[in-house]
Design a protein around this ligand. Structure first.
Ligand code: ADP
Ligand code: ADP
Ligand code: MG
Length: 589
């Protein structure tokens, strides 16, 4: 089956793509490329010549794909003749947490919408506005999924969904947290869940005044309060620190042991690993099509994902595997100190930050970890010279390039132009192109409007701009936010290579342990009580730092014997107890 997928936002009137397609729309007798007003249509039955014309459409606005015949009968949904296509579906299962792992733009949220009943699967017949449920059900092979869809069609299951984009919540609901929660509280459990999620102190705040992490926890709470049979969590860990991620894991697992079906879309691999019983991988081509694999055990699925090869499907999803290095130790004295600080203090409103003494050396990447609101950003801003410490000292003889936590742009023009303006021609070729631009897939975004990028795309470009500037010290605040698992690992490698190659140093704040493990040579650990006081310890060696940090969270890691990736031990398991007794929270041999 050959189809053309048209990316509509790249084909607006007056765009290059629009003009190009318009030019060819009249050329072929069969009208393979047509216009209905401003809307372009490329027929599935188009002739080879027209498919070829479409393939060469500027700005990569048309993706022509050849799908294997055996998928013909397995399309679950299609958004339109030239829209995104989804094949097969994951299956929510009783008493299990089922995870979905895959890149952005592959239909994960679409699957959540289909399985939660907010859209009905059209089996590829996009013209059919009200598909017949009986037909839908019998199309899927007998099994969990088919049984589930039958229940869904009879409204035999109640459903609760934590949507991906929580920043929309304050716009939909203008009141206080309390009012929102009371509205959905079916069981009278507000107290229990708001305590479990640590949000009791913000109940009387307006939704609009909350930080990202607070808003995420409120959204989780609202979902948990609903009495439902099936729970969907679309990217639940965004904005949460590792403590909150672990709390979220426990609460979601409790749901499944209460007999509920739970489906989770997540990009933090360590969290996905400890959270799920089974995992579906989704692969395909971004914005064009996605194919769900059958469920695999979580360990097998994540290892295959990191390896870049799905053996059962015989599909390569990445050219190179993602590798975790074991027993990495960096000589303490390597490199010249770029920056030193001592006993800094800073008061921000009711919050007080203190630091010990520390330094950053050239070619070193320092991971910065710790709970939300303990002063990580405040410290980075002092180093970047945006804030003055009240007490103590910080020597800065280095030029700083800084990527803030919340990235945004009002740049008017294409990504290409934005890069030119920010970092000159540097990104166009050579090392920077192979080490940063291509791995982050920015080469595919060049023609896009900078102001219309998705969260993940904007993050990738912002990282590239930060790394592309001439500086001695690079400060990156939460670069993994909005990136999918693959982009996270690529970003970690890109940051590391840039520092090693140019003898520069970086400080990277993040909550994703795999990301931190790959990127860091050493760790700066923040401790304290969020919003009240924080203290920066270190930098310590990666191993020491991880130990210190994880003992605070009471989480232990072991290494997977095959992939060498860190894996969270089940709380209370033999390994967990053994490692805690030995003080080995991060097993890194
Ligand atoms: P993911 O959650 O994996 O990032 P989504 O399911 O959100 O992916 O989107 C997959 C593709 O489907 C994207 O290219 C998106 O633009 C497209 N898409 C999503 N919703 C719609 C819709 N309502 N109409 C048309 N296209 C859509
Ligand atoms: P982190 O990066 O660890 O999440 P931050 O450094 O952003 O923490 O913030 C630490 C604390 O300082 C938070 O409680 C935050 O609300 C407070 N804070 C930050 N900036 C200001 C400010 N300009 N005025 C008052 N309080 C602030
Ligand atoms: Mg999504």
């Amino acid at each position: 089956m050959r189809v053309a997928v048209l990316l509509e936002d790249r084909c607006k009137p007056n765009s290059n793509a629009f003009t190009y397609l318009k030019k060819y729309s009249g050329l072929c007798e069969r009208e393979c490329i047509q216009f209905d007003g401003d809307k372009c249509k490329i027929l599935e039955s188009a002739c080879p010549v027209c498919f070829n014309r479409a393939r060469h459409c500027p700005d990569n606005a048309v993706i022509v794909i050849n799908l294997p015949e055996e998928l013909d009968s397995e399309m679950s949904h299609c958004y339109g003749e030239n829209g995104f296509r989804l094949f097969r579906l994951p299956a929510p299962r009783q008493e299990q947490v089922v995870g979905i792992l895959g890149p952005n733009g592959m239909g994960k949220s679409t699957a959540v919408n289909l399985l939660s009943g907010s859209i009905t699967p059209n089996l590829g017949d996009w013209s059919n506005r009200s598909p017949n449920w009986d037909e839908v059900i019998t199309t899927f092979p007998r099994g969990e999924l088919r049984d589930y869809l039958a229940l869904l069609s009879e409204e035999g299951v109640s459903i609760a969904v934590k949507p991906q984009y929580i920043d929309k919540l304050p716009k939909i609901f203008e009141g206080e947290v309390n009012e929102l929660l009371e509205r959905v509280d079916d069981r009278g459990d507000i107290e229990k869940y708001s305590e479990a999620l640590g949000i009791t102190h913000i109940l009387s705040r307006k939704l609009g005044s909350l930080s990202g992490g607070e808003l995420q926890r409120v959204a989780l709470c609202a979902t948990l309060l609903k009495e439902a049979d099936v729970y969907f969590f679309d990217e639940p860990s965004s904005y949460l620190d590792i403590y909150e991620r672990m709390r979220m894991v426990r609460i979601i697992q409790d749901l499944s042991s209460m007999g509920k079906r739970v489906l989770v879309v997540e990009h933090d691999l360590a969290i996905l690993d400890v959270l799920c019983d089974l995992l579906h991988v989704v692969y395909g081509e971004r914005a064009a099509y996605g194919i769900f694999t059958p469920p695999r055990t979580t360990r097998t699925a994540i290892n295959a994902y990191l390896e870049g090869y799905l053996p059962e499907e015989n599909v390569r999803i990445r050219n190179k595997p993602i590798r975790f290095v074991r027993g990495r130790t960096r000589g303490e004295d390597i490199g010249l100190p770029i920056l030193k600080w001592g006993d800094m203090e800073k008061k921000m409103g009711d919050f007080q930050l203190t630091t010990g003494q520390g330094q950053v050396r050239s070619a070193e990447v320092i991971g910065v970890v710790g709970p939300n609101a303990t002063g990580k950003t405040t410290m980075v801003k002092m180093i970047a010279g945006e804030l003055e410490p009240d007490q103590g000292w910080c020597t800065m003889e280095a030029a700083v390039s800084y990527k803030p936590q919340h990235v945004s742009t009002d740049f008017e023009g294409s990504v290409q132009l934005w890069l030119d303006v920010e970092i000159g021609t540097k990104w166009r070729s050579g090392e920077f192109h192979t080490q940063v631009i291509r791995p982050l897939q920015i080469d595919k975004m060049l023609d896009l409007d900078a102001s219309r990028l998705s969260g993940g795309e904007l993050q990738a470009v912002s990282i590239a701009i930060c790394l592309g500037k001439e500086a001695d010290l690079y400060l990156l605040d939460e670069p993994s936010a909005h990136l999918d698992a693959n982009a996270r690992m690529e970003a970690a490698k890109a940051i590391k290579r840039t520092m090693e190659g140019n003898e520069k140093a970086a400080m990277v704040i993040d909550h994703d342990i795999y990301f931190v493990d790959i990127v860091s040579d050493s760790l700066l650990v923040f401790e304290g009580e969020g919003g009240k006081q924080g203290h920066a310890v270190g930098p310590l060696s990666l191993r020491k730092g991880m130990n210190r940090f994880l003992s605070g969270v009471e989480v232990t890691f072991r290494r997977d014997h095959e992939s060498k990736r860190p894996r969270i031990n089940k709380p209370g398991s033999v390994k967990d107890r053994e490692q805690k007794a030995n003080g080995e929270y991060f097993y890194s041999d």
